[in-house]
Write a protein that binds this ligand. Structure first.
Ligand code: UFG
Length: 326
């Protein structure tokens, strides 16, 4: 299938592009390179541009005869969204709508959307099932929840079928070592821990040690980027096979505290990894752990790398071999 991967030069998008090609699809990558890296795009046709440019997007969709869009082009930092909600609403909602409008105008049939665990806010119970109340505690989660709602109404009115994937914490890197995580600036826990192990940082700061969790640090559900990527392929195939639009969580159903992540990284790297305690980061829920039973049951999703140790090992290989990123 001809698939437009919006945000395909980013961390998750570039892994999706690899898997699309492995399974015989033809990806066209649209990325404005505001955060992505052209070097991360190993296959497909690359177009540099913004999803908000309706004319450009329409031209690409028509010329390339695109049947499906996988939309990963968004701002995705909880802390930044709290400080600058306008940026998140403009890009994730406004520009996202431009992409949707172009999709409808050009007769795209299927839409796979990268959503987030941040739509839930503070969970009332864990693991979190998809029907859990949605009360985002930050503008990022709100922007993704809004877009999910737009997809429902666009399907009703225009027939665009969709699957939204609510990612928990993506981590790890391509096990063959070709691509990996390179955010600038880096804000995510695992790469920061590994940069500290490499000696690129003297220490890392733990954002909050007084959460109502066993060791006082936040708990997250880490999912290997390759397992996440596979879910996009399953979603695409399900839509093409006539499956109804739906929303799925993607996580391993196992929570690790920030402290446990650091201890695992110490074992994997054999390095000391110095840590200091700092204040909480605004917008962070204490615990986010997924129930991914629905996607296992309905789409047959089976994670290949569910163990945190393995997730960190693949990330460590990438960071050791690409200490300065791409
Ligand atoms: N953390 C630190 N120190 C750091 C960096 C992070 O203590 O230097 C903590 C955070 O406060 C949080 C945990 O590590 O408690 C994980 O933080 P990340 O920034 O790695 O990931 P988030 O959980 O904030 O966010 C990720 C994605 C979001 C998504 C969210 C859903 O980046 O897009 O998961 O769980 F919304």
């Amino acid at each position: 299938m001809k698939v437009l991967v919006a945000g395909g030069a980013g961390y998750i998008g570039s892994h999706v592009v690899l898997d699309l090609v492995k399974e015989g699809h033809e990806p066209v990558i649209l990325d404005n390179l505001s955060k992505g890296h052209q070097e991360a795009v190993l296959h497909g046709t690359f177009v540099q541009g913004d999803i908000g440019r309706v004319d450009l997007v329409k031209e690409v969709l028509t010329k390339e005869k695109i049947e499906a869009i996988i939309h990963l082009a968004a701002d995705s930092l909880v802390g930044e969204s709290v400080a600058n909600p306008a940026k998140y609403f403009r890009n994730n909602i406004g520009n996202g709508q431009s992409l949707l409008d172009a999709a409808v105008a050009c007769g795209v049939k299927y839409f796979v959307f990268s959503s987030t665990a941040a739509v839930y806010g503070e969970p009332e119970k864990v693991p979190i099932p998809e029907e859990h109340p949605k009360n985002p505690t930050n503008p990022y989660g709100f922007s993704k929840l809004t877009f999910e709602g737009m997809l429902r109404f666009y399907e009703e009115a225009y027939g665009l079928r969709f699957i939204s994937l609510r990612y928990f914490n993506a981590a790890g890197a391509d096990p063959e070592g070709k691509i990996g995580e390179d955010h600038r600036p880096e804000t995510h826990l695992i790469p920061i821990v590994l940069q500290t192990a490499l000696g690129q940082r003297d220490h890392l700061q733990l954002f909050g040690t007084d959460y109502p969790t066993p060791d006082g640090t936040c708990v997250r559900d880490y999912i290997h980027v390759v397992d996440l990527s596979q879910a996009h392929l399953l979603a695409l195939n399900a839509l093409a096979a006539g499956k109804a639009s739906s929303i799925y969580n993607l996580g391993n159903g196992q929570g690790y505290s920030n402290q446990e992540v650091i201890e695992t990284a110490r074992r994997v790297t054999g390095e000391e990894i110095k840590v200091t305690a700092g204040p909480r980061r605004p917008g962070d829920p204490a615990v986010l752990v997924a129930s991914a039973e629905k996607i296992r049951a309905e789409l047959g999703w089976h994670p290949r790398y569910p163990a945190l140790e393995e997730i960190i090992e693949t990330a460590w290989w990438w960071h050791q071999h690409h200490p300065n990123g791409y």
